[in-house]
Structures are given as structure tokens and as C-alpha cells.
Design a protein around this ligand. Sequence first.
Ligand code: GLU
Length: 295
Amino acid sequence: MISAHPVFRFAPSPNGYLHLGHAYSALLNFDLARQADGRLLLRIEDIDVTRCRPEYEQAIYDDLAWLGIAWETPVRRQSDHLDVYIAACDRLAAMGVLYPSFESRAEIARLVAAEEAKGSWPRDPDGAPIYPGAGKSLSATEVTALKRSGAPMALRLDMAEAIRRVGALFWQERGTGPDGETGAVAAHPEVWGDVILARKEVPTSYHLSVVIDDALQGVTDVVRGQDLFWSTSVHRLLQELLGLPVPAYRHHGLLRDETGAKLAKSLASTSLRELRAEGATPVDIRRLVGLPSHP
Ligand code: GLU
């Protein structure tokens, strides 16, 4: 039976303390779920083992509870499900849309600098240069030798081949993109180049785990910051390749105060625990992020 109740999620990474920007996103998800008689899930996106810490995860639970947000348990923690992401990578590899690459970050920087010296080199929507390397043309013998050599390895999506397989894609945008995009938005995954889907030391990536988890958790409404707007192009492509359902998206803009003015950067990045220590109440936080005092 198809559930009529929409499913929202808040998906923070425990690599620091939550600040006002996170509070806005979490409260907006909570309010929208309430208004739609829906469910709110919390997901801990902790695949980056070098930056995530248990004390930050505990602080997420404390801060959200203090804000008056209720979520369903058990909470899904991505690091507990690496086997699921590895299986998805195996499927993509079997489809012929993944290839291994072995350049270090320093080598990639050198290749980009060489291209830029000749003219220009394209950058992705986050400002990072797209992959300049030759991983795609390595022979099977070279791949075996490089794997044995202990060189860093990343599995990359063969973007051209993936797009060729699935054709034009769209998503339903209920919020807005950085240039006001809304409604049926055309995906442009090609602007990201051959993105990394897994690394030797972490067998997944943000893009891969987010689409798998949204599907496995039955998420119907993805509400998140506008900084992730164009990542949705990659997410649509992966959903199509893996045969996953497609949620609706609502990307929200920068924080405004109650007069509609943009919040000062220093205030927007102050942690919730600091604000709480200074005597702020949950209602103050709602006012600061421009949300009504009750959902
Ligand atoms: N974990 C991501 C972050 O903290 C958010 C992922 C998402 O909402 O899709 O920025």
C-alpha cells in the first residue's frame, strides 16, 4: 500500500556543531512535515571518517531536541551501511559506467595548472576543477599494476556514458535555485565531469549515499540548502541508473532575519550551543531564521 504521508528528512554531517543555517533547515523540514501530516527522519551523514566525531553527533541530538524538533528512531547512520553503497557501486561497475582513477590530489592540481597555462579549464558548480586525468583510458594491465602499487584509488562515474544511457532528465523543484529556477528543472550532470563515487579508504561518496538512503528510507520530499541545488543533477542521474524513485525537491535560500535582510555571516555561522549559552531560547532561534514561532 502506498503511504499518503509525505516523508521529510534532515541529514546533517557530524563534522562540527550545528549553526543557525542548520537550525533553519531542520526547523523548516519539521514545520513542513507537521503541516503536511508527514514524517520527519534524521540521518547522520558520517562517511567522512577523518572529520566526523561522536561528540558532534551527540550535539546534533541535543541541539535538535532543544529546538523542539521530534524525529523518528532509529536514526540511520551512513557509516553503518557501507555494504549497501558497495553493492550499488558494483552494480554501476557492471553497467560499465564506473572506472578507477589513481592520481593523487597533487597530481590533479598539476594537471589542472598545466591546462590552465594553455588557456582555461572548466570548473564545477562548487568551483572545483573537473577531473582532468586519464583514468578512463587505462588498460586492464595498467589498472592491475596501479592497484598493486598502493596508489590512491577513486571510482569515478563515466559521465558521458552515464548520460548516454539515460538521456535528458528533470526534477520537480518546489523551492528555487540560485537563479530562481523552479518547477520542472532540467538536470545538467555534465557540468560536474567524472565525479568520484567511492574511494579506496571510503567506499562511497555524498552523491551515492544520499540517493540510496533517500530511496531506502522512502523520502518523498528533500528540503535542503540552495548550495546543493546543482548536486541534484548528479542525484537524478544516479537515481535513473540505479532505478530509484525520485523525490520532490525544495531548495531553500540564505537566511533572512524578520525584516527580510540577509543575516550577518558571523551570526549565521555562530553555533547553536553558543547562542544557547548566551541565553537564546528556541523561539529566539525561530525568529532569527525567519520562521513563525510555532509550526
Ligand atoms: N549532509 C549534507 C550536509 O550536511 C546534506 C545532505 C542533503 O541534505 O542532501 O550538507
